[in-house]
Design a protein. Structure first.
Lengths: 446, 446
């Protein structure tokens, strides 16, 4: 069943937090994404909701007795230091919390409530945002047929797309320990590299360091081991989405990946954005799944559902931009590398989740399933440098005159994502950012 | 530096727990592996050490003030409900605990101590053993050159071993959530399968269900993100070893694995044995690393260390056996499928760990690194049915007259491992066991 919009989706709703009412903010009152912050002074993590340029501290809301229309287990979950407990609440409880927060922040909230909330509404720029979730397992998919085709055609010009691609959502297990929050520096990894023309590999810093622009979903309630998730129930198992940068060392990858797939070329770091945008907030932007071509196979029955076909897509624009040290020196704006849309993904989120659990694999609250690189049909929508520069062969000329192949030390990549449409409030994802640090052997002694 | 044996390795040492003194036990006083149990009555997990047919409850030892020669943080770690905290202690603290436990259980222990210990020594068969560790990340390697060659030659008869194999320890990220303790039933997974001769895949229960006999290491202290582990320090980062059965659905694997490696063919379940045998207990069984052939490349410098060459191997025998429902009906003993040795692994544990961290990937206490299938040169040492039956083509005849290709419902696979040698006390690993349950669609309604 496709849920109906409710008061929290009303595009004309305004907040008493003024900065939430400018049309350009990522975080109007219709969004209400969840994150975790720590005050610079120290202390433990608090769960918060982004609102304009501020955050609402849910721990403080609980302390001041402001969470009046939610269950005791919801209140307890709001006092934790990660979102996992909140993610494990049932769908009805999560909805009740969204409505409660909406009313607290609404321009019509009583003066008494607003007074009490003064202490709970904090300036976002005074806070350190933290990894919002304790991620048990991280899985990375490969859900863009354009990305798979581009990468495949570099390796196999005559049969770019492997025969399984349009039947099975390809994915692999990623590394959970090295997932970091936006803003964390990314140390250039060493690895085994077989240079072109060489006959023996060397061990050296990667020279083909890349980003991958992805969207990740966080699992809500999950499923027990041995209990698959029918596709009709898959959306209930999704809490919300974030941006993911799956940093990749292409030279390490090409030497190590056969026969068991990418390993150390990916596990040195993966960056996630701090705010988790709920599926509820994305409701106005749901669209039909990516249309299959007449020659494409129909999904196997376990991956096929009418509602998913009509509603499984998300009209979410994503963008990657870069600054180099020279650009920052010259105070130039970030240079946009690509802009694409999640609507062009071959597999829907429900298909990814249902496929993942189809062998009985248990998904737990807070598990992260990333989409794989979001690349669309258009060349300017390609979500990584491997594709944008075609293996580094077609360099990108930056406003400074610098030529960009792969990432150099000091380069900073920022991912952004947002949904917008006429008559709808904008729902944004904030930033997912990381700057390349020199490898240990190349760093200047400090 | 190669550590020297101490009193805890004295092969003549006896325990006042009589069952520990029979030469055939896996758990003499020289072993002292760690695990976690829960009393059948319920309650939380307790850390324990196996001794003969009993276990020593370390929580009780702490309560009765018997842990007198260890640090307060060690005592606290002994009261936890998983081994993670114990694993994060430094090497000296772990050694002190081993000596303390050795003395408590030694035949020469004072009568007063033995009286106090009566409540802490429990019959193993009255207890449920639990997953001993909260495994943050699970990595599976491919460290047997014989296994890699056999599997490769089924796919590529003319170049069985890929060019990277002897240079780089091949591995992939596994699924942590579906790791289960020995004795847990293994539900036959469904998956996408492209049948031989078919042109479209189907979704069905796996018909080529296999086990993989592996040895796993648990990480001790770990390393920070961005901080590689020099190979000379790798052994300090290893807490101990267990048996691992990396169940595999070969028909799902062969359709899904390109280009990103195994995924759902592995993630439905991985079984670990309950007891973690420490590196200290294995000290008398350390041997030189597997000898390289003259034509093999020397390991790259980051994977090469003189002590590892002289001492990086372990003389550990591993074995897989099976019972079928018919065998159990006829009260037949388990049938031995294979017996091999960990000494034949191409890469050492230190090489696996150092390689894993070589890109800066952070390993955390309790992370599991499995070796990959332990197969040796001899056909009878092959550690999975794929190899033993050569893709199911050469069936194994069981004592009942049944023919075994891949695993059928009700088949139970047991892995065992042990070290022994003249003048040394046997150090065993106990069992790692799992029985195949019918798939959901094929199970009789209950």
């Amino acid at each position: 069943m496709i849920p109906a919009p409710d008061e929290t989706h009303d595009p004309s709703a305004l907040s008493w937090v003024e900065s939430a009412n400018h049309g350009t903010t990522d975080f109007p009152i219709q969004n209400l994404p969840f994150g975790v912050f720590r005050q610079r002074a120290g202390g433990r993590g608090h769960i918060a909701v982004a609102i304009g340029d501020s955050v609402l501290d849910l721990d403080q809301c609980a302390t001041h007795g402001l969470l009046t229309t939610v269950s005791p287990s919801t209140i307890q979950a709001c006092r934790a230091d990660s979102l996992n407990e909140l993610m494990s609440l049932d769908h009805r409880q999560r909805l009740a919390l969204r409505k409660q927060i909406f009313r607290l922040l609404h321009a019509d909230a009583e003066a008494r409530v607003r007074d009490l909330l003064q202490k709970a509404v904090l300036d976002r720029f005074d806070l350190d945002l933290e990894l919002p979730v304790k991620i048990g397992d991280y899985t990375d998919f490969y859900a863009s047929v354009f990305h798979a085709t581009n990468v495949g055609s570099m390796l196999r010009p005559n049969h770019a797309l492997l025969p399984n691609y349009k039947w099975i959502p390809i994915g692999y297990h990623g590394r959970a320990s090295s997932i970091v929050i936006s803003g964390t520096g990314i140390r250039r990894p060493h690895g085994q590299i077989m240079a072109q023309g060489a006959t023996t590999p060397g061990f050296a810093p990667s020279r083909r360091l890349d980003y991958e622009l992805e969207v990740g979903l966080y699992v809500a309630v999950g499923n027990g081991l041995g209990s698959p998730v029918p596709i009709a129930q898959a959306e209930e198992k999704i809490f919300g989405l974030s941006l993911v940068n799956d940093w990749s060392a292409r030279d390490i990858q090409s030497w190590e990946y056969q026969p068991l797939g990418p390993f150390l070329s990916k596990s040195f770091a993966t960056t996630v954005s701090p705010w988790v945008v709920t599926l509820e907030a994305l409701l106005p932007f749901r669209i039909p799944a990516f249309p299959r071509l007449p020659e494409d196979p129909a999904p196997l029955p376990y991956l096929d559902h009418e509602i998913d076909r009509r509603w499984g897509g998300i009209d979410l624009t994503v963008e990657a931009s870069i600054t180099t040290p020279k650009m920052r020196e010259q105070k130039l704006s970030p240079y946009r590398l690509s802009q694409g849309s999640f609507r062009e993904m071959y597999w829907t989120l429900a298909q990814l989740l249902t496929h993942h659990a189809s062998n009985g694999c248990n998904l737990r609250p807070g598990d992260l399933l990333a989409s794989g690189t979001v690349s669309g049909r258009a060349p300017e929508s390609r979500g990584c440098l491997l594709e944008l520069t075609w293996k580094g062969e077609q360099k990108i000329r930056l406003p400074t005159g610098e030529e960009l192949g792969f990432l150099r030390d000091g380069d900073e990549v920022t991912l952004r994502g947002w949904c917008e449409g006429s008559g709808k409030a904008r729902v944004g994802f904030g930033e997912c950012k990381g700057r390349i640090l020199p490898s240990f052997t190349e760093a200047a002694p400090s």
